[in-house]
Design a protein around this ligand. Structure first.
Ligand code: CP
Ligand code: NVA
Length: 312
């Protein structure tokens, strides 16, 4: 498999920066890299001589390690750059930082407070990957599509219900799901609904892919018939709140709520999670939970994306 010409040098700032065919290409590449790794085959020629900068304005376990390990497995070099160590912390602009880094490295991954910061980095001369912003978390959304396909065989005719605060993760699932044909329902309190512009984008994508998107407020009705129940923390990094934790109690994914979805419904969470808050421990640690498969697939997805953008 050779890298797709159409993704070379492209940014990945939001889920639908990729077309549906391009997203499938990245996912197929991720599945192939995963299988090679399972067989113990090296693929350390694919990013040989390439350097990737990883900027973090917020903490990370999965995104950081899956990018660092992934770049190493592909034969490249990753540079972890905490924003407090960069001159960004002393007021150098994001635009100047991007232009300088693009003179040194072949790609930039950035986890930022404001989505505008990752947009400002783009166009500096090296492809930029959004490793989470306040608006979306596209590498997680796309990796989750791989996990859904592995467990359910595909996306068409399937429904994922995201339960909780309609945050960056909900936005990425709306966009990635609608792009690839997975129907997505966001089941949230009336005060924490999806961004209208994201919802409109997802509706347009769903029309093209044959999926549906919807917003519901009643937890049991909202999850009924869903193949996957997904949740995320009630307080995202940098989120000042707006909904009290008490108001979110009905949205906790308990065993009863998972049962209300359907007998075979799977549980997903991007992690990190708080047992007893957005999800009951018996669900997170139960047989229908596929949270660690999700976490693993970040590695394969990041590698696939970088190979398509930069690889030989
Ligand atoms: N899911 C995810 O992005 O985890 P980290 O915050 O640990 O990177
Ligand atoms: N919504 C969460 C996701 C963490 C991976 C946050 O932004 O903190």
């Amino acid at each position: 498999m050779t890298a797709t010409a159409s993704l070379r040098g492209r940014d990945f700032l939001i889920d639908d920066d990729l077309g549906a065919d391009e997203a499938r290409q990245v996912l197929d590449r991720a599945a192939a890299l995963k299988e090679q790794r399972r067989r113990g085959e090296l693929h350390d020629h694919l990013l040989r001589g390439k350097t990737v900068a990883l900027i973090f304005q917020k903490p990370s376990t999965r995104t950081r390690v899956a990018f660092e390990a992934g770049v190493a497995q592909l034969g490249g070099q990753a540079l972890y750059l905490s924003s407090s160590d960069l001159q960004l912390g002393r007021g150098e602009t994001v635009e100047d930082t991007g232009k300088v880094l693009a003179r040194y490295v072949d790609a930039i991954m950035a986890r930022v407070m404001r989505h505008g910061d990752v947009v400002a980095l783009a166009g500096a001369g090296a492809p930029v990957i959004n490793g989470l912003s306040d608006l979306v978390h596209p590498t997680q959304g796309l990796a989750d599509m791989l996990t859904v396909r592995e467990h359910l065989g595909g996306w068409q005719g399937r429904t994922l219900a995201f339960v909780g605060v309609a945050n960056n993760m909900a936005h990425s699932l709306l966009l990635s799901g609608a792009l690839l044909g997975l129907s997505v329902r966001v089941v949230c309190p009336p005060g924490r609904v999806p961004d209208p512009a994201i919802l409109a984008r997802a509706e347009a994508l769903a029309t093209a892919s044959g999926a549906t998107v919807a917003v519901a407020h009643d937890p049991r009705e909202g999850v009924a018939g869903a193949d996957v129940v997904y949740t995320d923390v009630w307080r995202s990094m940098g989120d000042a709140g707006g909904t009290s934790l008490a108001d979110l109690e009905p949205y906790r994914v308990t065993a009863a709520l998972l049962d209300a979805a359907g007998r075979g419904a799977l549980f997903m969470h991007c992690l990190p999670l708080l047992r007893g808050q957005e999800v009951a421990a018996e669900v997170a640690d139960g047989p229908r939970s596929i949270i660690f498969d999700q976490a693993e697939n970040r590695l394969h997805l990041h590698k696939a994306l970088l190979v398509e953008q930069l690889g030989v």
